[in-house]
Design a protein around this ligand. Sequence first.
Ligand code: AMP
Ligand code: MN
Ligand code: MN
Ligand code: MN
Length: 287
Amino acid sequence: MPSLIDLHSHSTISDGLLAPEDLVMHAAEKGVKVLALTDHDDTGGLTVARKIATGQGMQFINGVEISVTWRRRTIHVVGLKVDPAYAPLSDGLAKIRAGRHLRAQGMAASLEKFGIHGSLEGSYAYAKQGIISRAHFARFLIDKGHASSIKGVFKRYLVKGKPGYFEHQWAELEEVISWINGSGGVAVLAHPGRYDIGRTNMLLLLEEFRNLGGTAIEVVTGSHTVDQYQEYAKLANMFDLKSSMGSDYHGPGHAYIEMGRLPDLPRGCVPVWQGWPETEIFNTEVH
Ligand code: AMP
Ligand code: MN
Ligand code: MN
Ligand code: MN
């Protein structure tokens, strides 16, 4: 039974490998019925993705995955049902993208010192449509033979203490949640299982996220283990947060899991899509 709902995915507007239209066609082929495109810090793919999704008889959800610095650590907040024209959101994202460019220059300078030349231009060559990210630097480094896989690159480069790392300050959690909520959307803490922050900080983060107006956390996501589905389902309920699910698909060969393969949310979770008109068809089918 394919999972019909996927609320986290990437296209070439950020660091995905498929153009927005191809990503939507891929989701359709895999049986996804409700899809959110959630590119990093950029909503440039939403219009075309919505058009193709509608043509395929799918329900489309506007999305974005926003980079946040919380207590000196990077976390990601997904905005669902956002209005990309809402000025505080579009201005905020434009500022983050400008920051990405400065960070890329810093990353390239770090690689240069290590004897790796031309990484700024080389990485931008993989980022033609939208934001520049470490994923584009990773592709450059692999193509130049400095590593043989994405996993290998992120072991030896681009992370704290390694060549190509550049400390960067992303947006504040509070402002990001306010941009999302102000635009009529809901804020979802992305893949909490990937933050290596310890139990105490995780509880603090969830409490702060909820108190600032966050709505849900990703419980079922491509990078969570089966045990983490249960763990975060419990934490969501403990903090009165709803639960979301999404593959975090980045394209063929760049995916934790194929689209349409996620399991259902654990029992007892309140789905973030509860009451959404886009999911009405499932609500009436199920009940
Ligand atoms: P950035 O937002 O520029 O820091 O880039 C982060 C992106 O790089 C993530 O969204 C992933 O797509 C990718 N990435 C980061 N760490 C890893 C990793 N260990 N393995 C594979 N991809 C990674
Ligand atoms: Mn990514
Ligand atoms: Mn993420
Ligand atoms: Mn993502």
